[in-house]
Design a protein. Structure first.
Length: 286
């Protein structure tokens, strides 16, 4: 076969304009918005502070991918829509992601999927004894960092804040560990717990789906409220959630600790009787 040497292709003109396809554009990317994310991150220094939540036990002379670079690579990848670690087999050659990750020499590749996988799945228990698990992290330190970023975003303590609790199904398409079928979502999934305040994420917990939606929420709320009140002792705190969190244990704790709450009620016969007239009126108006 003859080798193609044509460098451009001319197409039908668009009125007085030429339409030409050429191949001299150099290296192009559709992820240029990542540079705006980098500017935002530089203002708050999130990645450097996140790095301090980790302990890197690797031998420095043999490290090719710095911890801060790997964290940035994974986080910017997620922000740009690359959720799967397999994506990084191609992304590790992307010069823009190298810029975002802070790679000094862009000719050298970023970390691959296996290296990032070891970073993410390092067990917290006895990790020092495991040959390939040299990077440890502190869950408590990461939790405190998320709350600190939220607190620093306010010039003065607000009079009132609303903490939203939510559980949502994360679909699974393989045979992952702790996968279970959930009847409400009608598929195999995880059931992570999230706590937000406005646009700020304060907690994220990955959980299996064979548990109650409120499982573990009291422990998370207890530590979260304590950290907020250490800085904002006079701020009113309100919990807001759907009926999946309307549990006596959580409500009793709130009443004993000056935390207000607005929870949905699950449908039941007593509630139906109380709102029967309003429901008939709503049906008539509809």
């Amino acid at each position: 076969m003859k080798e193609c040497t044509q460098n451009s292709f001319d197409f039908e003109p668009h009125f007085s304009r030429r339409v030409t396809a050429e191949f001299d554009g150099g290296t192009l990317t559709t992820d240029g918005g990542g540079l705006l994310l980098r500017q935002t991150e530089r203002r708050i220094g999130l990645l450097k502070r996140l790095r301090d939540c980790f302990l890197d036990g690797r031998r420095a002379s043999r490290v090719e991918h710095r911890l801060e670079e790997m964290l940035a690579q994974r986080i910017y990848g997620l922000a740009l829509g690359y959720e799967d670690l397999n994506d990084h087999e191609q992304l590790r050659h992307d010069p823009l992601l190298g810029v975002l990750a802070g790679k000094k020499n862009l000719q050298r590749r970023l970390a691959g999927k296996s290296t990032l996988n070891r970073l993410e799945l390092t067990p917290e228990d006895d990790a020092r004894q495991q040959r390939y698990h040299k990077i440890l992290y502190s869950t408590q330190a990461i939790d405190e960092l998320l709350v600190s970023v939220f607190l620093e975003a306010h010039r003065r303590p607000p009079r009132r804040i609303v903490l939203d609790l939510d559980a949502t199904g994360t679909p699974l398409h393989g045979h992952q560990e702790s996968r279970f079928f959930h009847g409400y979502y009608n598929h195999y999934c995880y059931l992570p717990l999230y706590i937000f305040c406005g646009g700020h994420l304060l907690r994220a917990r990955l959980r299996p789906s064979n548990i109650d939606a409120s499982a573990g929420s009291l422990e998370e709320v207890r530590t979260l409220v304590a950290q907020i009140r250490a800085r904002w002792p006079k701020t009113q705190i309100i919990l807001r959630a759907d009926s999946g969190f309307c549990r006596d244990e959580l409500m009793s704790w709130c009443e004993d600790n000056r935390v207000d709450y607005v929870f949905g009620f699950a449908r039941n016969e007593r509630l139906r009787a109380l709102i029967d007239e309003q429901m008939r009126q709503a049906l008539t108006e509809h």
